[in-house]
Design a protein around this ligand. Structure first.
Ligand code: OAD
Length: 231
């Protein structure tokens, strides 16, 4: 089957070699923090300062990391692939865009964006949110991180669904497949008739759902796969 339309899903593993911690497993972010203390609307209502500081630290840490070979290879694919391509990332870092990807959707939000709970504006944001800075649009001190927390609806689901329905190839890179709806994309893509490939450091819970899998570091495997695809 000729491949024209590609959907790529990335998770924390694609940024691991840049020095951004993943969520699960040893040294993962969820080892040092309880999800329900920092990544739910209830946590923010209960202890906004703790939650703002958690995301302020992670936003500041982005200034100390750089895109790696996997981000760069995906940006090359974006620039050179003649068919449809959509890169869907669960990551809230900005390493895909800094590498040059443009056909990109952040389904779990972005660290470098704030969300005003007053007026709904989502301004680009570089600094801290603890300290309650005013919203640039409505001036209310009502900004939260523009991060999709547990219990909230991921962004761009209509556009992602349309791309998966039209996909000939679905590739999942560096994600444990533990969080829905992203973990369900492989089944969805298969039902839509796409070939499916997993690239991950190690087998994941979802590995049996894929037509094929390659296991090893994304910084090595993704450039090799992109080079194959571009011939
Ligand atoms: P996880 O931490 O659950 O999984 C990261 C995956 O990357 C694991 O399967 C690792 O084996 C793999 N990995 C680690 N280093 C790698 C490397 N160098 N090359 C390739 N793979 C590597 O992270 P996600 O699956 O992204 O949601 O987690 C999904 C969501 O759960 C996140 O978006 C976040 C979290 O709670 C929100 O914050 C809303």
């Amino acid at each position: 089957m000729a491949i024209r339309n590609i959907v790529i899903l990335t998770g924390a593993g694609v940024s691991a070699e840049s020095g951004v911690p993943t969520f699960r497993g040893p040294d993962g972010l969820w080892e040092g923090h309880r999800v329900q203390d920092v990544a739910t609307p209830e946590a923010f209502a209960r202890n906004p300062v703790l939650v703002q500081r958690f995301y302020d630290e992670r936003r500041a840490a982005l200034g100390r990391v750089e895109p790696n070979a996997a981000h760069r290879a995906l940006a090359r694919l974006d620039a050179e692939w003649p068919g449809a391509l959509l890169l869907v990332t669960q990551n809230v870092d900005d390493l895909h865009e800094r590498a040059g990807s443009t056909r990109l959707l952040h389904m779990h939000g972005e660290l470098k964006r704030a969300l005003c709970t007053g007026c709904g504006a989502a301004p680009a944001w570089e600094g801290d949110l603890s300290g309650n800075p005013p919203c640039p649009r409505c001036a209310a001190a009502a900004l939260r991180p523009d991060i999709v927390w547990f219990g909230e609806m991921p962004y761009h689901m209509d556009a992602i669904g349309a791309a998966i329905d039209a996909a000939d190839l679905f590739v999942s890179i560096g994600t444990s497949g533990a969080v829905y709806p992203a973990a369900g994309f492989v089944d969805w893509a298969r039902s839509a008739g796409a070939l499916t490939l997993e690239i991950n450091l190690e087998p994941s819970a979802g590995t049996p759902l894929f037509d094929s899998a390659r296991h090893g570091p994304a910084g090595v495997l993704v450039p090799a796969w992109v080079a194959e695809l571009l011939g």
